[in-house]
Write a protein that binds this ligand. Structure first.
Ligand SMILES: [Zn+2]
Ligand SMILES: [Zn+2]
Length: 110
């Protein structure tokens, strides 16, 4: 680890810096060590961001209704316009980024 005041390298678990004598706070180290794997009990945990993508097909019903209405008003051209709108609505995707803890010992995610 490194001293957060002067930036010089110090050994892990050391309380004070050799160079400037300031008190060392091992923030990341202790945070990771406090987390234990519920599967194997290992303290070797890594925080990994994962991206999940979900597709919503909600607008399908709306699109069909729109094309029916289009047929009454404008004939086949109206139907085509309605179907175009349906296709656009279908491709709605939501992307979410979530941080998960991954055990380096057994690969368990929690
Ligand atoms: Zn220092
Ligand atoms: Zn584990």
């Amino acid at each position: 680890m490194f001293c957060n005041k002067c930036g010089s390298q110090v050994e892990n678990g050391q309380k004070f810096c050799n160079k400037c004598g300031s008190r060392l706070i091992s923030n990341v180290q202790t945070a990771n060590n406090s987390v234990k794997c519920p599967n194997c009990g290992s303290g070797n945990i890594v925080f990994t961001p994962i991206t999940t993508t979900s597709t919503e097909g909600k607008t399908k019903g709306f699109g069909t209704g729109k094309s029916c209405l289009g047929f009454i008003l404008f004939g086949w051209i109206g139907v085509l316009c309605g179907l175009c709108g349906m296709g656009k609505g279908k491709s709605k995707t939501t992307t979410q980024t979530e941080v998960v803890r991954v055990c380096q010992n057994c690969g368990f995610r929690f």
